[in-house]
Design a protein around this ligand. Sequence first.
Ligand code: GAR
Length: 198
Amino acid sequence: MLKVKTAVLVSGGGTNLQAVIDASQRGELPDAELSLVVSDRRGAFALQRAEKAGIRTEYIGRDGFEQKLSALLDECGIELIVLAGFLKILSADFTEKRPGRIINIHPSLIPSFCGEGYYGLRVHEQALKYGVKVTGATVHYVNHIPDGGKIIYQKAVDILDGDTPETLQRRVMEQAEWILLPKAVEKVAKEIRYGKSY
Ligand code: GAR
């Protein structure tokens, strides 16, 4: 049975994409093939990371984004979509057509500090402002509710005295995101490959 063709959607630096590429190169994703990286931002550094790893890259601008994305996913035979620092919210129409086939990494312990408007550094700013002592990251399926789909993995990370949004973001990435996302890609790809029904 063929590996599950996987697309990663990005908007920025792509450190989570890099974690997935590195895991794949170490042989830790035996059921997933990284076939495509799509950015909604032309200059995203994530695109350079993908090119370096020999993965096809595409930029899709705002006009007709989902229509163009759907056509590209079909053309490439993509079965699994991974949102890795992808900041656009996908429509209910798009997500409902692909149940169990889209996953996202979010830099907090859902249901805290999530939903529309919570992305990137903002999430960590809000956690610090609230004064929570523990935060973390979550990988979840994507449905029509922003950050509202079924949770796949979560990992807690301590907040330390003197943390800034930047130091906290880095710790959450190192201790949680870069570990959870590759693990989740493999888990879901394996389920798709060997037929788990949704
Ligand atoms: C990551 O922290 C990711 O969890 C977050 O954006 C950052 C992207 O970094 N995503 C969200 O906030 C989605 N709501 P990266 O481009 O270096 O992977």
